[in-house]
Design a protein around this ligand. Structure first.
Ligand code: FES
Ligand code: FES
Length: 179
């Protein structure tokens, strides 16, 4: 089966050697632990680069104006709107998408909790919701209702009560596993 995360031909430059990279100051974009060298308009929204070049389509396009949160990814662990982040702003930073949230072959506590609470309805917003929740749990391992209510992501299906339960369940799972 082809690697769906592999960049499409012609859209990224070959990886330079470390020495050549330092010499040429080639900016690196790290996505889910892998290095890429975008040969693209640096003003391209990160969302396009992730979806159209790297084929990481778990991150969704919703409003395109920074409101809905469907495009939420983590940049150095903090939630960011990929539709409002140009590629150049993410260079030399670590980007994590929903595809890279869990350890290889496993599920992140948030993903387990999302399944156990049967959160998704249409599902469109859910990757962004989980990434926003990952940011929250990294800052606050025991969030209350008020903390969760501050997550600015929108859900047209109104799954907020299940999201709230899942975040609390994930926090408990993470505490139990010591992560
Ligand atoms: S698509 Fe980025 S915030 Fe809506
Ligand atoms: S589950 Fe449908 S938009 Fe959130």
């Amino acid at each position: 089966m082809p690697d769906s995360t592999a960049p499409r031909a012609g859209k990224t430059t070959p990886a330079p050697t470390p020495a050549a990279r330092i010499e040429a100051k080639t900016p690196e974009l790290r996505v889910n632990g892998r290095a890429f060298y975008p040969a693209t308009d640096p003003d391209m929204p990160l969302l396009w680069y992730l979806r159209d070049v790297l084929r990481l389509t778990g991150t969704k396009f919703g409003c395109g104006i920074g409101v809905c949160g469907a495009c939420t990814v983590l940049i150095d662990g903090k939630a960011a709107r990929a539709c409002q982040t140009p590629v150049r702003a993410a260079l030399e930073h670590e980007v994590t998408t929903i595809e890279g949230l869990a350890p290889a072959g496993g599920l992140h506590p948030l993903q387990r909790a999302w399944i156990e609470e049967d959160v998704a309805q249409c599902g469109y917003c859910q990757a962004g919701q989980i990434m926003a929740a990952a940011d929250l749990l990294a800052r606050n391992p025991n969030p209350g209702d008020d903390d969760i209510a501050k997550i600015p992501n929108l859900c047209r299906c109104g799954t907020y009560p299940r999201i709230r339960r899942a975040i609390k369940r994930a926090a408990q799972l993470a505490r139990e596993s010591g992560k």
